[in-house]
Design a binder for this molecule. Structure first.
Ligand code: PEP
Length: 248
């Protein structure tokens, strides 16, 4: 399976950062056996797409409805119209701050698919849940309820992102990542049959140039969702290199 390395710029990036996005897209061409993309603030998508050409640019969320009275929200059709080819849905920061439930995430993933976008559905346990021994139960529950029945196919990826590892510099132990990704894979295969083998499972949570090779070597880790280390080409480069070295 080709590795999928996706940057999540979160609420970072204005006009002056377009040069950095161009640098990242130029860099990605040096790693042809890796699929890569960057998910940007909606305000930058069209200009970034114009600047980078074929390099995939994504959004970070979409509304579950196509259009309507939802002030401040952006639909999957709008992301597509802006030039995005993928979107993240259900990031833990949105699950927490915007109180998004699994059913919302599922509807957003369906909306993304209907608009022709690839979707990355995020799941992950909090520190309290892990310390209570509930990490597997929580994450498998999210996987069951956040993925649409029509998940089979390469339009979908799942990102396992332990909440306590996001933006903290604290990385999950490879053995724990292996256990979780194996459990997610088993759940995908149980539900979707052989198609479940094709859904890429990304790890996210403080992945950087120092730990990417180790994490990407873990079985069933098919790529990474990267926040802080995706903000510059310099920091993103060693992750792409690690993915190229570890992928097919
Ligand atoms: C993320 O934004 O999904 C993420 C994993 O962030 P970071 O790499 O900064 O932990």
């Amino acid at each position: 399976m080709r590795k999928f390395i996706v940057g999540n710029w979160k609420m970072n990036g204005v006009s002056r950062d377009l040069d950095e996005i161009t640098a990242i897209s130029d860099l990605a061409q040096l790693y042809p056996s890796v699929d890569s993309a960057v998910c940007l603030p909606a305000t930058l998508i069209t200009r970034a797409v114009t600047a980078v050409g074929a390099f995939p640019i994504g959004g970070q969320d979409c509304h579950m409805q196509r259009a309507g009275a939802h002030t401040g929200c952006i639909s999957a059709d709008m992301l597509s119209d802006a030039g995005a080819v993928l979107t993240i849905v259900g990031h833990s920061e949105r699950r927490a701050a915007q109180r998004e439930k699994d059913s919302d995430v599922c509807a957003k993933a369906e909306a993304a698919k209907s608009a022709g976008l690839k979707a990355i559905v995020c799941v992950g346990e909090t520190l309290d849940e892990r310390e209570a021994g509930k990490a597997l139960e929580v994450v498998l529950g999210q996987v069951a309820s956040s993925l649409p029945d029509a998940s089979a196919g390469t339009w979908l990826s799942v990102a396992y992102e332990p909440v306590w590892a996001i933006g903290t510099g604290r990385v999950a132990e490879p053995a724990d990542v292996a256990d979780m990704h194996a459990a997610i894979r088993a759940a995908l295969v149980t539900r979707f049959g052989a198609e479940g083998e094709k859904i890429r499972i990304l790890y996210g949570g403080s992945m950087n140039g120092d730990n990417a090779a180790q994490l990407l070597a873990v079985p069933n880790v098919d790529g990474g969702l990267i926040g802080g280390a995706s903000l510059t080409a310099t920091k993103f480069q060693p992750i792409l290199a690690a993915a190229q070295a570890s992928g097919e």
